[in-house]
Design a protein around this ligand. Structure first.
Ligand SMILES: [Zn+2]
Length: 385
């Protein structure tokens, strides 16, 4: 059967090769143009897409992107923050960088310097051409804050300190009924004679705890026995004055003897504190013309004294100071007696609440603009003389 079929095929009565030739040629002619068109179109599309991507990438590469060193800030009123900006072209005009705040009452910004003004939120925006970046600012009331020049203390629950002492950085501060910290404008100098003693350090601690200072008029012979307190006095901002070597009544000495006891005392104080006394408290307040002429140092007297009171009670002494305090007063106490610690503990907070700062004699003189002169006696330092 198979052989017969083959034979039959071979016996087809027309030329097949011619038929195929005729058929193939038109087929190929038709196919080739079709293939070219089909390839051309996608290729063109692909090239365009690549070109677009390339252009976009090039444009993006050329566009400036600026970055702030902070994107969110929590600040207290009165605080200042200076932004730094990255991504700016190397050569650019500073005026091209623009700053703005969504709420200048809360936080204002100028030339990249941000200032927190009041509680609330604000968005700070920096723009350079089309580039823009922003930072969220939250101004909170927490801790010790300054508003319109006054200080307040805000607790974590949002309430603020009123009629109370709050310790800030180791210093007790008084806040009035309206929440403002009292800013003492008047001053009293506290002076302590006859030390140093075992009580001196405690007196110093009380002074420090209220941000106060004092002047310690010391006898030279006591210094070596309490050497450790000498540097503490200087480091805490208080000062050491001379009270002679052995509490001698200077009006009974000759000029050279006055100078000798003061020199010896000065050397001893310098040895342990690193500073020479710049002020003299004459023992018993005994001053003669010879003392004035030869002391070579200002003579610091007093207008308030604990003398005759400290054996009674520390409150009596404190009351001597508190009865009628005046700006420029110089109060005399004795750190050779334990009562002195309680006196300062009692008197200082009351003085602060009444607008007085407790300071050393030198601080008082400086604040009043008084240049203390050698051999002159000062009972008060008001700056009016
Ligand atoms: Zn004395």
């Amino acid at each position: 059967m198979k052989k017969q079929e083959k034979k039959y095929k071979k016996s087809i009565p027309f030329d097949l090769s011619d038929f195929f030739t005729k058929l193939k040629i038109p087929m190929q002619l038709k196919k080739n143009p079709l293939k070219k068109r089909q390839l051309l179109l996608p290729a063109l599309l692909l090239v365009s897409v690549f070109a677009i991507i390339l252009i976009v990438l090039l444009l993006r590469a050329q566009r400036t992107v600026i970055v702030l060193d902070s994107r969110s800030l929590e600040m207290l009123p009165g605080e200042v923050y200076t932004f730094s900006v990255d991504g700016l072209p190397k050569k650019h005009d500073a005026s091209e960088l623009n700053w703005s705040s969504s709420n200048p009452e809360v936080a204002s910004v100028e030339n990249g310097i941000l200032k927190a003004n009041a509680a609330g939120g604000a968005v700070i925006t920096a723009s350079f051409g089309k580039a823009e970046v922003s930072c969220d600012v939250e101004v909170i009331l927490k801790g010790y804050v300054q508003i319109d020049g006054d200080h307040y203390f805000y607790f974590d629950d949002g309430s603020f300190a009123t009629t109370e002492w709050v310790e800030i950085d180791g210093v007790k501060k008084w806040f009035q009924t309206d929440g403002k910290e009292i800013v003492p404008t008047r001053m009293i100098a506290f002076t302590f004679d006859d030390g140093p003693t075992p009580y001196t350090e405690d007196v110093l601690k009380v002074l420090k705890s209220y941000g106060s200072t004092g002047t310690f008029f010391q006898c030279g012979y006591e210094v070596a026995d309490h050497a450790e307190v000498e540097k503490m006095i200087i480091e805490s901002g208080s000062e050491i004055g001379s009270h002679t070597w052995d509490h001698v009544s200077l009006d009974k000495l000759s000029g050279p003897d006055i100078q000798a006891t003061l020199q010896k005392t000065s050397d001893e104080i310098f040895k342990y504190s690193g500073e020479r006394p710049a002020l003299l408290r004459p023992p018993y307040g005994a001053v003669s013309q010879t003392v004035k002429d030869s002391a070579g140092i200002p003579l610091i007297m007093w207008n308030i004294t604990d003398e005759g009171l400290y054996d009674e009670s520390y409150i009596l002494t404190a009351n001597a100071i508190l009865r009628n305090p005046q700006d420029g007063d110089i109060a005399l106490m004795h750190d050779s007696h334990a009562y002195c610690i309680d006196t300062v503990k009692y008197a200082i907070p009351i003085l602060i609440q009444n607008g007085f700062r407790v300071v050393s004699v030198s601080e008082l003189a400086e604040a009043k603009g008084v240049d203390l002169k050698n051999g002159y006696q000062y009972f008060t330092i008001t700056g009016a003389e």
